[in-house]
Design a protein around this ligand. Structure first.
Ligand SMILES: Cc1cc2nc3c(=O)[nH]c(=O)nc-3n(C[C@H](O)[C@H](O)[C@H](O)COP(=O)(O)OP(=O)(O)OC[C@H]3O[C@@H](n4cnc5c(N)ncnc54)[C@H](O)[C@@H]3O)c2cc1C
Length: 441
């Protein structure tokens, strides 16, 4: 079966095996010499692609939920949407969420995902209390921040390369309502938006949409967004006050499967960025349901189709806080003059990293750019890699489809330790992906 992840690049002809029980998974381990786990395929590139894939999607039961303490235990194929459907009506929310709820618990841990609150609340694995992992020989090992800590810090962010996560217990976050108090502020350029991030470093959620095509003085103009979970008193007098924890039903728009790729070009991207910036008022506050605030793109089914059949890639880098400003300036400079056009660009602030061997976040700024695949894109991205490396940064493995092994080894300080541990725990090199082959992990 031909299969690709969210960026639709690359594609591979793979054998996909599902499992409902631990016994079924063990059988797959015996039948296939090499394999990789796959959840909802929301990584952008090739992290969960290999000739044999074990799909976790049928292994998706919520095993326990303590609604008093906000602690949940789920099988790894449970999606974050399924978690929210149960947790929100009881007054609990995900401690950390990526920009889509269509990811599995296993995928969230394997990529150690971050959200708009990393500067305050860390990455997903920081809220995982324990988990069970099946190693290459079928042995099941429990690990946590205290027990088998070495394994835990390698599996969180380890991109499925040490074993298959079977289940995890994690802590949720107390909420009074399903709504977010959202504030939007327009920033004229990169300096201004970075000042806003620093000024509002105490806000729970912050993110900026950034116009990378605008040139000269307008370079980096942004729409900066802040959010806090709304309290009951914040909703008083509004239509949401009566049922504050109700999940609102959302209409979903679908992009047709044959969306023509020529619709996306420098002119349409420029027009989109112009309109988005102009529409944002100088400053505005609003109440938004959590779907609108956290998952705006989930409202458009198959939005990845707008990039056409060749697909797209997301270039997400992070650079340390003290070099970020210079580094981002250099990146924006090349991007605004270069031939490759990012359609969407998002900037976030990260707090300190958590020490997991391959976790992406480090204290600093992360920029994510969506580029349609063109014949010249990858050599252009190689030039961005040089800047990221010069400024001490790295790229996010969950978004990557093309970085070189050298870039990986030079930018991930714990790459060698991870590879050593993989040799020890997975001597037969059972867990492999197109990405691990490319990066020589
Ligand atoms: C619209 C959109 C927005 C996003 N926003 C963010 C964001 O804000 N922050 C962020 O951090 N990420 C973000 N992502 C990326 C996404 O959160 C990660 O790629 C996540 O890992 C996808 O989970 P998945 O279930 O789809 O896993 P897959 O994409 O199927 O797999 C991802 C990795 O996890 C491994 N894996 C999956 N299940 C298991 C398991 N049970 N055991 C071991 N390994 C496993 C795979 O082998 C692979 O290496 C976004 C993605 C999209 C499409």
């Amino acid at each position: 079966m031909n299969i690709a992840n969210w960026g639709k690049y690359p594609t591979i002809d793979a054998r996909i095996r599902g499992f409902r029980t631990v016994g079924d998974l063990k059988d797959s381990f015996q039948d296939a010499a090499t394999l990789i786990a796959r959840g909802l395929g929301r990584c952008y590139g090739d992290s969960s692609l290999w000739s044999t894939i074990v799909s976790t999607l049928k292994f998706n039961r919520i095993l326990a939920f303590d609604a008093e303490e906000g602690i949940m235990r789920c099988e790894a194929g449970t999606s974050l949407e399924e978690v929210l459907d149960v947790a929100v009506p009881c007054g609990w929310f995900l401690p950390v969420t990526p920009g889509t709820k269509h990811v599995t618990l296993g995928g969230a841990i394997a990529s150690d995902v971050h959200g708009k609150n990393h500067h305050k609340e860390g990455a997903f694995s920081d809220h995982v209390l324990s988990m069970e992992v099946m190693l290459h020989d079928g042995e099941i090992i429990a690990c946590s921040h205290r027990e088998r800590q070495g394994l835990f810090t390698a599996v969180c962010g380890g991109m499925g390369l040490l074993g298959v996560i079977l289940n995890a217990t994690f802590r949720l976050k107390k909420i009074e309502t399903a709504y977010i108090m959202q504030r939007t502020i327009r920033a004229a350029d990169l300096d201004e938006v970075m000042d806003l991030f620093e000024q509002y470093a105490d806000a729970t959620y912050s993110v900026a949409w950034i116009d990378c095509i605008a040139k000269e003085k307008k370079r980096g103009r942004s729409v900066f967004m802040l959010g806090e979970h709304a309290l009951r008193k914040d909703l008083e007098g509004s239509q949401f006050a009566e049922r504050p924890l109700e999940i609102s039903l959302r209409k979903r728009l679908n992009i047709p499967s044959q969306f023509p790729s020529f619709v996306l070009n420098r002119f349409s991207a420029k027009a989109f960025n112009f309109v988005y910036f102009q529409r944002a008022k100088t400053e505005r506050s609003a109440v938004a349901d959590f779907d609108t605030f956290f998952y705006p793109l989930d409202a458009i089914g198959h939005w990845n189709r707008i990039y056409g059949s060749k697909g797209f890639t997301q270039y997400q880098c992070v650079m340390p806080r003290d070099t970020s400003k210079q580094g981002l300036r250099s990146l924006l400079n090349i991007i605004s003059w270069g031939g490759e056009v990012p359609f969407l660009a998002v900037l976030k602030l990260f707090g300190k990293g958590n020490g997991n061997l391959l976790s992406f976040p480090m204290e600093g700024y992360t920029l994510a750019l969506d580029f349609p695949i063109t014949p010249t894109l990858f050599s252009f991205l190689d030039s961005l890699d040089k800047i990221v490396l010069d400024y001490g940064g790295r790229l996010y493995l969950a978004k990557d489809a093309r970085m070189s092994g050298e870039m990986f080894r030079r930018s991930y300080g714990n790459a060698a330790r991870f590879i050593d541990l993989k040799h020890q725990l997975d001597g037969s090199d059972k867990f492999r992906s197109l990405q691990s082959e490319r990066l020589e992990i």
